[in-house]
Design a protein around this ligand. Structure first.
Ligand SMILES: *[C@@H]1O[C@H](CO)[C@@H](O)[C@H](O)[C@H]1NC(C)=O
Ligand SMILES: *[C@@H]1O[C@H](CO)[C@@H](O)[C@H](O)[C@H]1NC(C)=O
Ligand SMILES: *[C@@H]1O[C@H](CO)[C@@H](O)[C@H](O)[C@H]1NC(C)=O
Ligand SMILES: *[C@@H]1O[C@H](CO)[C@@H](O)[C@H](O)[C@H]1NC(C)=O
Ligand SMILES: *[C@@H]1O[C@H](CO)[C@@H](O)[C@H](O)[C@H]1NC(C)=O
Ligand SMILES: *[C@@H]1O[C@H](CO)[C@@H](O)[C@H](O)[C@H]1NC(C)=O
Length: 913
């Protein structure tokens, strides 16, 4: 009794594991049902159904997986109908399936997933690629196909690789299309590319709609299309595009993996498709070659030859095959861990039973659903599509894509894409990882792609305009300074400096840009340039050309090309031109100073005479000669060329001081005169922008110019001080009137206008430095690719010197304003500055000559008279020929007199001795 009481628990304890396993195995069902929802008559469905059936027989034949249990497939045809699909979901689940394969369509998956989640049945989809299905909202949704978020990353990587900035997206307007393109939009945005147009197709679309939509899209700018629709064996969209001549050079077409799946399903003899699809680039889920896959292909081919299948296998078919295996392996693991298959009624659904004719009450919750889901997410095996393993989003870990390009006859692989390395020409590694590595853009590489039209050269990817719809270019119709840009009144021809630059730049743009000028403004008033820019931003114009200053405010609204002219705001004010004055040489010293200098000369002359007279023989002689010596000595010190030497020590000391004083005076004079002659003297107190702001005088600006808002908003000058001026004539009038009589103190305007204005004016000049540096450019709509090419063209113009040529043509009819300013600013003096001095010198010389001549004539007459008296006394001489005789004898007399003087001078010293 005692021993028995001891033994029973021991036996029980020993036998417990045995009992338990026996209990467990006895509950291992001989049949486990798995549901499937797919559209039998579809590109994916045809391949997937056959592949699934093959997988079921393979699993059942494999002794290592689910050895005692038969997997049974319960498939339903959803016929691509969401409503039908949801009802069939109930019908399938009602049959106590443990997992659901499919659904094939993303829209049906959105309906099926919540139902399956509530009844705890894992959904393993092999074709619903909509990225939003990974949401936490659908915890029982597992995906063996690659999610579109990867595919869209690949597409945007491709678009970025080729450098296109805008695309047109064509997609079916259901969950698949909308969510896929939304993911594409996000990816493109990261690369600053935008989807400029969305072309939505209804699920059941008429050909007419497609024709209309595609025909319309020809007028849009971008020529890069991304087509994301359900697989369509008739390729209707491309057939229509080809009829509209849109699969031709200049166009770029990308198709998501629907196209590769469709092509792969076509029978190998069907070559007609390739002709329409020539040049299209598509993606295909990358499936590494393996022995498993080869065996599968061989089996498939054998079945096709026997007529058992009516389709080639495609990537989705392989995914379907792997899905079955994934579920089988998870079930195997589940059952090994003692999982059972109990289904229970739900209380919530029970309540519905009574109130409705539809018997939801028959639906049961799969008790082990959550555990099975856990097992499913942990599977790790090599299937036909490569390694099957799920990431945290319940998607199969991405194995990458193949980039395919459809050529004349075949599909060419031009490269691969993977999350790890981006685009490359080598296949992604077999060892895949969930973690995305960053890759640099330099590493991206693809083989040569043949684009529509057969060219290997990358299409531009957009058109700016065509002959039917030329570019609308707004031009400011100026009233003043019309040389820059204007519309002729009679002929309505637009011309000017800016127009010439634009036309010249267009020659450097590597494609045709048909355009039409549309003048803005009525020509009797300068238009408001901010308005013009706003009209470009508002799509009234496609671009604006003209003398448009590039300022911050405007760059916020439009894109500017490189500036073709540099400008800046400068101040124009009246100036006093000192060079015009003939008596400028007197100006360095004031009248008093001149007087003091003159007195000093006299004083020094007198002092030196006194000091030297007694000791120095040079300072002696007849009084008249002494006087001359005295003053000549004093003046000649100025040039340090005095013949007479000072002898007395006192005299020398005075001389040293005097020479020093002279040196200081002459150098000051030189400096002062130089500055007077070379620097323009302003007649107004405005010396720069600071003094202009500080003064309270009115300031002029050009109508429509940005100077107004610049002065008011940036420099905080009261708006009441700003006076608008329309033309150069108004400028002149206002400046001449001056600030006090109702004019302006100065005008603030851009340098090119000022140059033109000053070329005809001498009373005004530029004061100070340009205080706002900037440039003129052409404005384009935001993101316009033409702006980039126009910038390049303008740089080329500038490098080839064409810009300067055009500037010369318009503004250098009378010499360039720039050069003129340069020459007058350089310190080159003109004759006019010195004619006063010349007059003085000339006058003095003439006066001395006249004095000398009078004296000579007077002494000649005296001499003649003496001669006559003498000859009268001697005899009566014969009369001479008077006229020539007078001139001859007069010059003879001068000559004689000179000799006499010389003789007397040379004899002088002797006299003294
Ligand atoms: C395409 O649109 C143009 C007008 O933009 C029209 O003339 C042409 O007939 C249209 N083509 C088709 C096939 O509808
Ligand atoms: C089935 O397994 C669950 C736990 O997985 C357990 O709670 C339940 O009792 C089991 N049912 C049967 C009949 O063994
Ligand atoms: C729901 O009603 C049907 C028939 O009316 C019945 O056969 C079924 O057992 C009911 N289900 C539940 C859970 O009561
Ligand atoms: C999956 O299996 C492979 C090879 O069997 C192994 O190298 C890898 O670590 C496994 N991955 C996980 C997450 O267990
Ligand atoms: C031109 O437009 C300005 C306003 O921009 C207006 O003041 C002026 O009267 C117009 N002139 C003519 C002739 O229409
Ligand atoms: C910028 O533009 C706004 C409105 O477009 C205007 O009010 C403002 O004065 C402008 N500022 C400058 C500095 O141009």
């Amino acid at each position: 009794m005692n021993s028995a009481g001891y033994l029973i628990p021991l036996l029980l304890f020993l036998l417990w594991p045995l009992l338990l396993s026996g209990f467990g195995s006895s509950h291992n069902p001989s049949v486990v049902k798995i549901g499937a929802l797919l559209t039998y008559d579809s590109v994916i469905g045809r391949a997937a159904k056959t592949a699934m059936e093959m997988a079921f027989s393979d699993v059942n034949a494999d002794p290592t997986v689910l050895p005692d249990t038969e997997l049974r497939l319960i498939a339903k045809d959803t016929n691509c109908n969401v409503f039908l699909g949801s009802i069939e979901t109930f019908q399938v689940i009602e049959q106590e399936v443990v997992a659901l394969l499919g659904p094939q369509s993303s829209s049906i998956a959105h309906m099926t997933s919540p139902i399956a989640s509530n009844l705890h049945v894992p959904v393993v989809s092999f074709a619903a690629t909509d990225p939003t299905l990974s949401a936490l909202q659908f915890p029982f949704f597992v995906r063996t196909a690659q999610t579109d978020s990867h595919q869209m990353a690949a597409i945007s990587n491709l678009i970025d690789y080729f450098g296109w900035k805008e695309i047109i997206a064509i997609y079916v307007d259901d969950d698949l299309g909308r969510n896929g393109i939304s993911a594409l939009g996000d990816e493109l945005e990261r690369r600053s590319i935008k989807i400029s147009h969305h072309l939505l197709l209804p699920v059941q679309v008429e050909s007419n709609e497609i024709i209309h939509m595609l025909n319309e899209s020809k007028h849009y700018g971008p020529r890069v299309y991304v087509v994301h629709i359900n697989p369509d064996p008739s390729m209707r969209i491309f057939r229509i595009a080809q009829e509209l001549h849109m699969i031709s050079s200049g166009y770029v077409w990308f198709a998501t993996d629907w196209l590769s799946a469709t092509i792969d399903s076509l029978s190998p003899n069907d070559q007609t498709a390739f002709e329409i699809l020539r040049g299209i680039v598509s993606l295909r889920q990358y499936i590494p070659e393996s022995s498993n896959k080869k065996a599968f292909d061989a089996q498939w081919n054998a079945m096709r030859k026997k007529g058992l299948v009516n389709s080639e296998v495609n990537a989705f078919g392989l995914c379907a095959y792997d899905s079955v295996w994934a579920v089988a392996r998870a079930l195997d693991q589940y059952m090994k861990d003692g999982g059972n298959f109990t289904f229970s009624f739900s209380d919530v659904l029970n309540d519905l039973n009574s109130s409705s004719k539809i018997r939801f009450g028959n639906l049961k919750i799969f008790g082990g659903g959550t555990t099975l889901l856990g097992k499913l997410l942990q599977v790790n095996f090599t299937g036909l599509t490569g390694r099957v393993q799920f990431d945290s989003d319940r998607n199969v870990i991405n194995g990458g894509y193949e980039v395919i390009n459809i050529d004349e006859k075949a599909v060419r692989t031009v490269g691969f894409w993977s999350t790890r390395s981006g685009l490359s020409v080598s296949a992604p590694p077999v060892e895949i990882s969930e973690h995305q590595k960053s890759y640099s853009n330099q590493d991206q590489k693809l083989h040569e792609v043949k684009w529509p039209g057969g060219s290997a050269e990358k299409p531009r990817g957009w058109i700016i305009s065509d002959n039917e719809k030329p570019l609308r270019i707004g031009i400011p119709n100026r009233f003043s300074f019309r040389d820059f840009i204007m519309e002729e009144h009679e002929s309505h021809k637009v011309q000017g400096y800016c127009v010439d630059i634009f036309k010249e730049a267009c020659k450097y743009i590597p494609y045709d840009v048909p355009y039409r000028f549309e003048p803005f403004g009525n020509g009797s008033f300068n238009p408001d340039y901010d308005m013009l820019i706003k009209m470009v931003a508002d799509n009234v114009f496609d671009a604006a050309i003209g003398d448009i200053a590039i300022v911050t405010n405007r760059t916020r609204m439009v894109d500017f090309c490189q500036p073709y002219a540099s400008t800046g705001l400068v101040i124009v004010a009246p100036i006093n031109n000192a060079k015009e004055n003939a008596w400028v040489f007197l100006e360095p010293f004031t009248a008093e100073l001149w007087c003091v200098i003159a007195v000093a000369f006299v004083m020094i002359a007198v002092v030196i005479w006194f000091l030297e007279h007694r000791v120095n023989k040079d300072f002696r002689g007849p009084p008249r000669q002494q006087l001359v010596t005295m003053f000549l000595f004093s003046f000649s010190t100025l040039f340090k060329k005095n013949q007479e030497n000072t002898v007395s020590p006192l005299g020398r000391m005075v001389m040293v001081l005097w020479l020093f004083l002279l040196m200081v005076i002459t150098s000051s004079y030189t400096a002062s005169l130089t500055s007077i002659l070379t620097i323009q003297k302003l007649s107004s107190p405005i010396t720069g922008i600071d003094s202009l702001i500080a003064s309270n005088w009115p300031i002029g600006y050009q109508v429509g110019s940005f100077a107004y808002s610049y002065l008011a908003d940036s420099l905080f000058i009261a708006r009441s001080r700003l006076v608008s001026l329309g033309s150069p004539e108004e400028y002149e009038r206002a400046l001449k009137l001056g600030p006090i009589k109702g004019g302006v103190a100065a005008i603030v305007d851009e340098l090119p206008y000022v140059d033109l204005f000053l070329s005809k004016q001498t009373e005004f000049g530029i004061v100070g430095q340009a205080f706002s540096r900037g440039g003129w450019g052409f404005a384009f709509q935001r993101g316009s690719p033409l702006a980039v090419d126009m910038s390049t063209a303008i740089l080329k113009l500038s490098e080839t010197g064409k810009l300067q040529e055009i500037h010369h043509k318009w503004f250098c009819k009378l010499g360039c304003p720039d050069e003129r300013r340069q020459s007058s600013e350089a310190s080159r003096l003109q004759l006019v500055s010195f004619w006063g001095l010349y007059l003085l010198c000339g006058g003095f010389a003439l006066a001395s000559f006249v004095l000398f001549l009078t004296r000579m004539i007077w002494s000649y007459i005296r001499y003649k008279r003496q001669q006559k008296a003498a000859s009268l006394a001697l005899s009566s001489a014969p009369p001479v020929n008077r006229c020539p005789g007078f001139v001859y004898s007069f010059f003879n007399f001068i000559d004689q007199k000179e000799e006499n003087t010389k003789r007397s001078a040379s004899s002088d010293p002797e006299n003294h001795h």
